[in-house]
Design a protein around this ligand. Structure first.
Ligand SMILES: [Zn+2]
Length: 323
């Protein structure tokens, strides 16, 4: 295994990427530490991670563990992600010896991204009974969640696909500011429990990684004084214009730069309750340039599964954050 060298910034970026909530200050947090939950005793934010990636749980002391677990083991257990995934994400952020030789990224700006093969419109009936059944299933999924499929197709470019690796998924394009498709989400429409809700567009064909852009950017203009930051594309649909989805609940440095550039007068985080720590740390970084920030904790149902009235009443009843 390669030796990974951590520092505070890379640890924070790594935890954001694997969606682990952390606390960077306050009670029980050492000066060079940040605290996360413990996967062994489940104590809330009592496991400290030092700037060098050393871990220690103040509650269970890792008793019963043969050895002191590594930071990556903690990350693996806490995130539920596979070892392979954890290693490859860790390598993106921590310095490793082999990383010295920087790979040259192929030039992608002249390329185009397309829908996968076997992708169909939602609004056009299909001759094949098999395809038509799938089309109706996809429509049914959207209607059950109270979304208008014709609107989503026309305005958001949503279609359904039976492509080999993305079978029975909605393709949800991500457009850049100019309206060019740069990436897409593939959302399951079967709701079968053994299927992941989202699959990513392969990075070999996407033009911009999902975490370096924001979903909904193509609808943002100067008139948008308020930006609503949500987690997923369906949350963006519920709020519509002015909402941007980060794709997960951690806001990357590139995404924060986009928000800085948009200069909203008001920024509202609408993240799941479990991601509050991530919302706060992002808000702290942006508070220097944005006059008003609200951090709304979403308990229970996702934004996408609420009425817009309910979402706005939650926003109304939340006080602006103080930094
Ligand atoms: Zn513990």
């Amino acid at each position: 295994m390669k030796w990974l060298k951590w520092d505070r910034r890379s640890i924070v970026n790594f935890l954001d990427a694997i969606e682990i909530d952390y606390k960077t200050g306050g009670k029980n947090v050492g000066q060079n530490d940040l605290n996360i939950d413990c996967p062994f005793c489940y104590a809330d934010k009592h496991l400290s991670v030092s700037d060098k990636g050393l871990v220690y749980c103040w509650v269970c002391n890792f008793e019963g563990e043969e050895k002191k677990p590594s930071f990556l083991k903690i990350a693996h257990l806490l995130s539920g992600r596979s070892w392979n995934e954890i290693f490859s994400i860790a390598e993106e952020f921590a310095e490793s010896e082999e990383k010295e030789t920087t790979k040259k990224e192929p030039e992608k700006k002249d390329l185009l991204l397309h829908y996968p093969p076997s992708t169909h419109f939602l609004s056009k009936p299909l001759n094949s009974p098999i395809l038509e059944t799938e089309r109706l299933k996809a429509i049914n999924y959207l209607e059950k969640r109270d979304f208008n499929f014709i609107f989503l197709e026309k305005v958001y470019g949503v279609r359904f696909t039976l492509a080999k690796n993305f079978i029975q998924r909605l393709i949800i394009p991500i457009f850049d500011e100019s309206g060019k498709m740069v990436n897409w989400f593939a959302r399951d429409y079967t709701n079968k429990s053994d299927r992941s809700r989202y699959k990513d567009c392969p990075s070999s064909i996407s033009l911009i990684p999902k975490n370096k852009t924001l979903y909904g950017l193509n609808f943002i203009g100067e008139k948008n004084k308020t930006i609503y930051l949500v987690e997923g594309p369906t949350d963006q649909w519920r709020i519509g214009n002015g909402a941007l989805a980060v794709g997960k609940s951690a806001v990357s440095p590139e995404q924060e730069n986009i928000i800085r550039r948009l200069k909203p007068e008001s920024l509202i985080y609408l993240f799941d309750e479990g991601a509050t720590g991530r919302a706060i740390s992002s808000a702290e970084r942006l508070s220097a340039v944005i006059p008003e920030i609200k951090i709304v904790k979403i308990k229970g149902a996702d934004i996408a599964d609420r009425t817009i009235e309910n979402v706005f009443s939650l926003i109304e009843s939340t006080n602006p954050a103080k930094f």
